[in-house]
Design a protein around this ligand. Sequence first.
Ligand code: GDP
Ligand code: CA
Length: 318
Amino acid sequence: MRIVVLAGGIGGARFLRGLKKAAPDAAITVIGNTGDDIHLFGLKVCPDLDTVMYTLGGGINEDQGWGRADETFRVKEELTAYGVGPGWFGLGDRDFATHIVRTQMLAAGYPLSAVTEALCERWQPGVRLIPMSDDRVETHVAVEVDGERKAVHFQEYWVRLRASVDAHAIVPVGAEQAKPAPGVLEAIAEADIVLFPPSNPVVSVGTILAVPGIREAIAEAGVPVVGLSPIVGDAPVRGMADKVLAAVGVETTAAAVAEHYGSGLLDGWLVDTVDAGTVERIESAGIRCRAIPLLMTDEDTAAEMAREALTLAEEVRA
Ligand code: GDP
Ligand code: CA
């Protein structure tokens, strides 16, 4: 079985770990979000690709959900001593090595997809990880700070401001001109199932879908497309997804997110048992829906969620 998953960072990576356990024989292709990418200290940092790679490769900081396990911050301390920031983005010493290798390869002319493949040689994530595009796409957020309207990089909004101010618009800068990375459209065309993990629907899955050709390829693949809600009990399980949902005019509920993807894209949707009351609304929107426990407290609960997603996919196929 060939499964394609559109993934952001933590929500995507933890789900993928469960999916690998639930479907050990499947060939899994992960299309990773690169809208979160940022240049820091002259280095190209790809937070979502790295979260997937480290999580599946056994190098993740489990408590945090991002960054390396057993990490130290000597380099960052030295940079701070030079007065060189930003200090708000936590790059650890081990993590720095990844960004150095990536930047060096990019400077040598390799596209990001080839660089990601090379980095995965070490981590052996057990999936094929492809960035959504080799072209630069950067999510910017329009905010108002002290009465002044301006656009900031997504990481500045998310990490420095902690989404403490309202987002007025989310713009994946460069997406319109971006081409899907080599292998992306082919993987979708050859897939038996497409899954949307409980990743951020706006700045993770939404950004991937903003690359021209990807949404169309999924809709035209003619295979079951099943998603899992990142919203449980009308709130994000982790993080501030409510802020970016509000920016695109979508209420923070499992049902509204399903309707936002729409029945033109989504065939099946899993909501948490606390949201069982919305199953009917989602089904009347033309999306097959089930309520099951959706909290990834450990690998086994994530695997159970993946099993349910695969079961729902077979149901809509029939
Ligand atoms: P990010 O790039 O690190 O923000 O990660 P993703 O975009 O992949 O996932 C973020 C989303 O995952 C957030 O909106 C969370 O609500 C959701 N999430 C995190 N943990 C869980 C979980 O255990 N269950 C569900 N249903 N959603 C989760
Ligand atoms: Ca992200």
